[in-house]
Design a protein around this ligand. Sequence first.
Ligand SMILES: [Zn+2]
Length: 137
Amino acid sequence: MAKRGRGRGGSAGAACPCGSGRPYAACCGPLHAGDADAPTAEALMRSRFSAFAVGDSAYLLRSWHESTRPTSLDLDPAQRWSRLEIVDVVRGGLLDSGGTVEFHAHYRLAGRPGTVTERSRFVRADGRWVYLDAEEA
Ligand SMILES: [Zn+2]
């Protein structure tokens, strides 16, 4: 991700983009690195938002269910993901096999703020939480 340049979430002690209040290296960082698996659907959702924020498209594809995963993913480097708000969590816990997380993902694009709101569905596949799709409104 060096091509993105300096100044955004580069240092190990930087706050995690997902807004947990923990350092990236102790939050979503190990998930992106493949050193840990998300224990809950919400944790996976947070790590996917962080992956958008740090431009880790490989992690986004890896954490996508194989039945709905796109073949490739082009992230727009001009779209700066700034803040995640978790609105609702249904199941998705340690003993569940599925869950739903509703969120607002805030970004800035060309200086203008925007928000994506989605109810994402997650399932456990081979023990790992993965993103399935967005629930129809
Ligand atoms: Zn995080």
